[in-house]
Design a protein around this ligand. Structure first.
Ligand code: ATP
Ligand code: MG
Length: 451
């Protein structure tokens, strides 16, 4: 993309309404525009990152054997009356009447609707196990929407639902989700720590929240610092293997890590003192096993062999897709702007032309652009007639991990400059070598193509 043809409405001034850095930077980098409290338009740069994050979520869900579908945002109230949650859910649920006076609602989550789909189409135990998921907009009428996309009213969530014959099978589904979530967050350059949590309105005895440590996080967390040494890395895992998934769950959840809802001071004090940590975190996902709560209420049963129909065992599993943008920025920025991890960056690299209109510089930039594009990468070429300082400031603000700077002086010596946004380090290279290096870097970060 050529910046002169793109739509990147960056702000010069710090917007006064933003209380935390990710919100401020998303507004300044022209990623989002508030339309009303907690509801945002996703401008091109924000949309691009949102879709990359969504793409990684899809890839990792499908890798784990989960099946995508799409349910509507608007739901009939009847289903929620059947489960008993219509009255329980409270004021966070946006209730709407259609022209015929029917009670509708904008879905805050989809346990009822997916169970309705299941009961309509599945009755044989041979169709199990089954995990269906979607990535869809949710609406929760949060009393205090704040921090930009972190606590919105309309937000994008991946929510998945497993259906299993037995509790044992459903716990394998639970473990499989935990493993796939670890992989998902790491691909985005994030460490998200699974922490014992509380069931809340969804209910259930087994639940973990995934937290990204950040001072601005809304949750208070207590953990053994040894959990921060754990990484999933590039290990291969067989998602069908009960032992392997169980092993990963144990590895990542045995050490003490809890949110304030389940915190146990006595257990916490058993951790060696120098490893006890009290901090804040951003919840970027949660997994639940809740047994037959919804399958019983809605009559989602299967017949095991020749026995009588039994309600299926279920769990639900959510990832805060739009909240993740905020969480990633909270964890990756400096005073000059965002620093995107390679896995989710909107453009793979920036090209800055120091002297637009100079024949050699323009030609070299065009060649770089073509070479990167031909390699399947997506560069952003700042071809505007602007001062170098302004161009650098924009690149730093929008946080592309790599920048190639091209100027007539370097070209005379046959070099361009390749700069890492994260370390600030630069090296002079022949243009072909800079392209080769960027291609190499992204081999380890397969990202969905994006928009
Ligand atoms: P919270 O405790 O932050 O209100 P929750 O526990 O009610 O969230 P879940 O039902 O577990 O949320 O939803 C799954 C994920 O969706 C959460 O882990 C979070 O990342 C994201 N999410 C929930 N509420 C919001 C919101 N208002 N804005 C943006 N993302 C949200
Ligand atoms: Mg939650």
């Amino acid at each position: 993309m050529r910046l002169s043809r793109y739509f990147l409405p960056v702000l010069k001034e710090n917007p006064s309404e933003a209380q935390i850095v990710s919100h401020r930077l998303m507004l300044r980098a022209g990623m989002i525009k508030q339309s009303s409290a907690g509801i945002y338009s996703w401008l091109p740069l924000g949309f691009k990152v949102l879709k990359k994050i969504e793409g990684i979520v899809h890839e990792e869900q499908m890798r784990a054997g989960h099946i995508p579908l799409l349910m509507p945002t608007m739901q009939p109230a009847e289903l929620w009356k059947e489960s008993g949650r219509y009255d329980d859910y409270g004021e966070e649920m946006l209730r709407i009447n259609d022209r015929h006076g029917r009670d509708m609602l904008f879905g805050p989550t989809n346990e009822e609707m997916i169970t309705d789909i299941f009961r309509a189409h599945v009755s044989s135990y041979k169709d199990l196990p089954l995990t269906l998921y979607h990535v869809q907009w949710k609406f929760r009428d949060e009393i205090r929407p704040r921090f930009g996309v972190m606590r919105g009213r309309e937000f994008l969530m991946k929510d998945g639902y497993n259906f299993d014959l037995t509790k044992e099978d459903a716990l394998h589904s639970y473990n499989r989700h935990l493993v796939s979530y670890l992989r998902t967050y790491e691909r985005m350059g994030l460490q998200a720590i699974p922490m014992r949590a509380d069931g809340g309105p969804i209910g259930g005895d087994y639940t973990h929240e995934f937290l990204v440590l950040a001072e601005t996080g809304e949750s208070e967390v207590f953990y053994d610092s040894a959990v921060t040494d754990l990484t999933f890395g590039d290990r291969e895992i067989d998602y069908d293997s009960v032992e392997e998934c169980q092993g990963v769950l144990e590895e990542f959840t045995t050490k003490y890590a809890r949110t304030d809802e389940t915190h146990d001071e006595a257990l916490f004090n058993e951790i060696p003192e120098d490893r006890r940590r009290v901090a804040r975190g951003i919840e970027v996902g949660q997994i639940f096993y809740f047994g037959t709560k919804y399958s019983e209420a809605l009559g989602a049963t299967v017949q095991p062999g020749d026995g009588k129909p039994e309600p299926v065992h279920m769990g639900s599993h959510g990832i805060g897709v739009s909240r993740l943008l905020g969480a990633i920025i909270e964890a990756n920025h400096d005073d000059n702007g965002i620093i995107w991890p390679e896995g989710v960056t909107p453009f793979h690299c920036g090209i800055v032309n120091l002297k637009q209109g100079d024949e050699a510089a323009d030609g070299a930039c065009d060649d770089l652009y073509k070479a990167l594009t031909a390699a399947g990468l997506d560069p952003l070429y700042d071809d505007r007639k602007e001062r170098a300082g302004g161009k650098f400031a924009t690149m730093d603000l929008i946080g592309l991990p790599w920048r190639i700077t091209v100027g007539p002086r370097g070209l005379k010596n046959g070099v361009v400059e390749l700069t890492s946004r994260r370390t600030g380090e630069s090296e002079e290279l022949a243009p072909e070598a800079a392209v080769a290096k960027i291609i190499e870097v992204y081999k380890d970060h397969p990202t969905p193509r994006g928009f």
